[in-house]
Design a protein around this ligand. Sequence first.
Ligand code: HEM
Length: 304
Amino acid sequence: MTPFQSGIIAEASSDALFITLNVNKSEIKPFKNTLAAAPELIEGIQQQFPEAALHASIGLSSQIWDTLDTKRPQLLSPFPHIVGQETEILPTDVDLVLHIRSSRRDVTYQLGTTLFAAFGKSVTLVEEVNCFKYLDNRDLTGFVDGTENPEGEKRKAVALVDDEDPDFKNGSYFNLMRFVHDLAKWEKEDLKTQEDIYGRTKHSNQEYPSAEKSVHAHTKRTSLKDEQGRSLEILRHSMPFASLTEKGLMFASYSKNPVIFNRMLESMVKGDEQGNTDHLMKYTRATTGQAFFVPSNHWLMSLV
Ligand code: HEM
């Protein structure tokens, strides 16, 4: 078993299930017992289906943390409320998230249903969203998503808390947003307009040269640097969901520092100093916005 929960770092999957839950406050003791047992339960199902690349992570929000009667991760706070000129992002925090992914829909289901049963009466379901890999990892707007994600060992450096918060080492700050797309509006736009909105080409997935990127391009608004000029990065595991009537993206990202995600979202919604916002937001609407901390396996198992 890795010290960190395996859903954080593992490569992109072809199937994912996002489950959000609230905790019944009269059931905190059984809830903590299930959290403590979860790493072994997950490992048992991983061993049953070794070819399925099954991975999971369990995250707890700021609001549930205080009822656990343990120390808090230093930077854990609720999802931000961001008001832009055209868009408003509302926090919809819940207590718990299960992020489950694999290469087999049936195996993803198996772990989802097993964990939900293990939590039993200690939780109430808020939402479950099944996601799938669309073509060559494209969002339903037709653009490849995840290209500029960190690779190799850098994934750990970007996503995992290190010695800056020793009690929570190998944990990760997790953000989840459910976006519903207006594809009828998007598909009316010509190819050049769509490509300008991302700052990348659609079919060949090439990044625009920096000088040709619009200040409103999604990749411009989310490419941020710190005071020393170093790139601020997150590790994204977003995936599409769709029914015949509702289509969108579950945006999911891990980071060792949640301020990075918050700054990116502000840059998209409030824009830069001149108020230039992310024009991708004209074609999609966030229906949820949630912030969690995904603790290490060791932390979970020490809860008993
Ligand atoms: C890049 C899609 C929301 C952060 C991208 C790319 C696509 C995409 C297609 C270009 C390829 C790549 O992954 O590198 C979307 C869609 C969204 C969404 C469809 C919602 C409907 C967000 C949000 C954030 C974000 C909410 C963070 C707050 C990033 C970052 C990059 C990126 C950091 C890489 C930028 C770069 O270095 O070039 N996104 N995204 N995205 N996105 Fe998003």
